[in-house]
Design a protein around this ligand. Structure first.
Ligand code: CMX
Length: 139
């Protein structure tokens, strides 16, 4: 597989507005998009720092992945997303090397990217995401 860069870091927060305020007013980075990803039960806010994005995640349902994460571990880094050249091939390769896939096939995530997750129990405790940009738009 070929990882090109860290696409984003996902951070679970309880209150998106308060967290956006911190990133904008303290760190001085601008929120350029807010998007709800209904099937993941999250509302997201995006910032860009160099080539890497920060994705803030507020749960819209306590039973969703981010709701459960905050309940168990509190706010904090939730996942690490790598941009890959070919997501289907990257998933096949990861599985063939013993990694447990959460998504066997890529699906559409925020910003229209093709995304898939690897299970944190097989990736040294870090929920890992692969992203491929097939939108034709530059990130
Ligand atoms: N990072 C590290 N470990 C995590 C984790 C995370 N983000 N989320 C859960 N875990 C751990 C839990 O601590 C738990 O460990 P223990 O058994 O040692 O206590 C174990 O994984 C199981 O956790 P759980 O609370 O029982 O949750 P589930 O098994 O139901 O789900 C997971 C866990 C990772 C499979 C699920 O959260 C998932 O499918 N995540 C991928 C989708 C996602 O996170 N979407 C939100 C972001 C969407 C976006 O970016 O657009």
């Amino acid at each position: 597989m070929e990882l090109t860069h860290i696409e984003h870091i996902g951070i679970a927060v309880k209150d998106l507005d308060k967290a956006i305020h911190y990133y904008e007013k303290v760190l001085g980075v601008r929120c350029y998009a807010i998007e709800e990803v209904k099937d993941q039960k999250v509302k997201t806010a995006f910032f860009k720092v160099g080539q890497t994005k920060i994705e803030l995640l507020e749960s819209t349902d306590p039973q969703g992945p981010v709701g459960k994460f905050i309940e168990k571990k509190g706010e904090g880094i939730h996942h690490l997303a790598f941009a890959v050249k070919n997501i289907t091939q990257a998933l096949e390769e990861a599985e063939s090397k013993g990694v447990r896939l959460i998504d066997r096939k890529p699906r559409k995530g925020a910003e229209g990217l093709d995304i898939a997750f690897l299970h944190p129990k097989t990736t040294f405790g870090v929920l890992t995401e692969f992203c491929e940009n097939k939108t034709g738009k530059e990130e």
